[in-house]
Design a protein around this ligand. Structure first.
Ligand SMILES: *Cc1c(COP(=O)(O)O)cnc(C)c1O
Length: 410
């Protein structure tokens, strides 16, 4: 199984479930309730002794389970739990594994809504320290006696900073900390966080895994690396049997069942179909993004391009070491920031929209939109210039995009 290619694994993974009536493609299971001939089986599902059974769709359906198996396979993990959105997955991780009095160390370069959740955690009595995680020494210096977890993103949106993923993994292993890596921008095609010792991997399935801008979803994958015996916050009820399952059990019961951010079968289906072409799409959009980044970098009207596979990127060596390509996310600054909005309006192909990992190229000026609520101070601390423009490169032919950027910059 592990020797098969990435896409071979994805497109054939449904066979493991014995697809109904021989249907080659997995159907969409819309039933909320699941009934049994014998009441003992119903009891078995509730008590966890009947493996693979379903009882109520908030905790999963055959369709979401099939997607979970695909994500587990993509991440080479132990198991996965899917959620309604990436944010539901991230908040479930924090709220089920951290308690008042605990300390979280996080990269200061993170998705805006994740940064916003840090404020909620602080209000709940959980300490959060954000650091420049591009240097693992900053993470090490922040760790205290009550630190329980470290959180980073593989490539930060929108600044494209890359944390010192391997050294942070070593630190977390030594200190017994849960190491959570948000793999959304790289996706499991370009990087597997398990290789740097991540305990949990988060993916916003909404982005490149679904890939077509038609479904929201999120996932948490346990890599099997972390020893949950070392985490004091696992409830007694879940400290039973194979310790490798404790973390996922707690996240599924407390984070999915109780908090209820459940993925619908319809969206799980769209995401699963999108995932089949993940490798094709990300390979092409990453190649186009690199071409575009090189073009922009040499253009006199552009003052700065942020893309990890450019030699000028501060963490270029780290990116080369860990990622097989630079992804479809890049950002840049015009020499004259006051021309930024006119420039964006002159572009014909990119859609002026938020969102990431679509088939279409999407473009957005960052400061007045996604980082507006954060305010000038937070933007400055996160290194977000007023004229920063974010690009999510789609599947258009690169010649078309290059020509469009050339005319808009002229
Ligand atoms: C979009 C995104 C999220 C949140 O995902 P949603 O599915 O939109 O809730 C989390 N992390 C990163 C890096 C993202 O880009």
């Amino acid at each position: 199984m592990a020797t098969q290619g990435f896409t071979t694994g994805i497109v054939h993974s449904d066979k493991a479930f014995g697809v109904e009536h021989g249907g080659v493609h997995k159907p969409i299971h819309t039933s909320v309730q699941y009934g049994f001939d014998k009441v003992e089986d119903l009891i078995g599902v509730f008590q966890g002794t009947l493996k693979g059974g379903f009882n109520y769709a908030r905790q999963g359906t055959p369709t979401t389970a099939a997607l979970e198996a695909k994500v587990t396979r993509m991440e080479d993990g132990l198991g996965t739990i899917c959620f309604a959105t990436g944010m539901a997955a991230i908040s479930a991780v924090f709220l089920t594994l951290l308690r008042a009095g605990d300390h979280l160390v996080a990269s200061k370069f993170v998705f805006g809504n994740t940064n916003s959740i840090f404020g909620t955690l602080r209000d709940l009595g959980i300490e959060v320290t954000t650091v420049d995680a591009t240097d693992a020494a900053n993470v090490a210096a922040a760790v205290k006696a009550n630190t329980r977890m470290v959180f980073v993103e593989t490539i930060a949106n929108p600044g494209t900073q890359v944390p010192d993923l391997g050294a942070i993994g070593d630190l977390c292993r030594d200190k017994g900390l849960v190491y959570v890596v948000d793999n959304t921008i790289t996706s499991p095609l370009l990087f597997r966080p398990k290789t740097v010792g991540a305990s949990l991997v988060v993916n916003s399935l909404t982005k490149t895994i679904a890939g077509h801008g038609d479904a929201l979803g999120g996932a948490v994958t346990d890599t099997g690396v972390f020893d949950w015996n070392r985490h004091p916050n696992i409830f007694a009820a879940y400290r039973k049997g194979d310790a490798r399952q404790w973390g996922l059990t707690q996240i599924r019961k407390k984070g999915l069942r109780d908090m209820g951010g459940s993925l619908s079968s319809e969206h799980a289906h769209n995401i699963a179909v999108g995932a089949e072409t993940l490798a094709l799409r990300v390979t092409q959009s990453s190649a186009t993004a690199l071409e575009l980044a090189r073009f922009l970098e040499q253009h006199p009207a552009v003052v700065k391009v942020h893309y990890p596979m450019l030699e000028s990127h501060p963490q270029h060596a780290l990116a080369r070491k860990h990622f097989s390509a630079g992804s479809w996310l890049l950002s840049f600054e015009l020499r004259d920031a006051s021309t930024c909005l006119d420039f964006v309006n002159r572009l014909q192909i990119p859609v002026k929209a938020t969102g990431l990992g679509d088939t279409r190229t999407l473009i957005i000026p960052v400061a007045p939109t996604i980082f507006w609520e954060a305010g000038a101070e937070v933007r400055a601390a996160m290194g977000i210039a007023d004229g920063l423009i974010r690009l999510s490169v789609g599947l258009e032919e690169s010649a078309d995009l290059l020509a469009d950027f050339a005319q808009a910059l002229a």
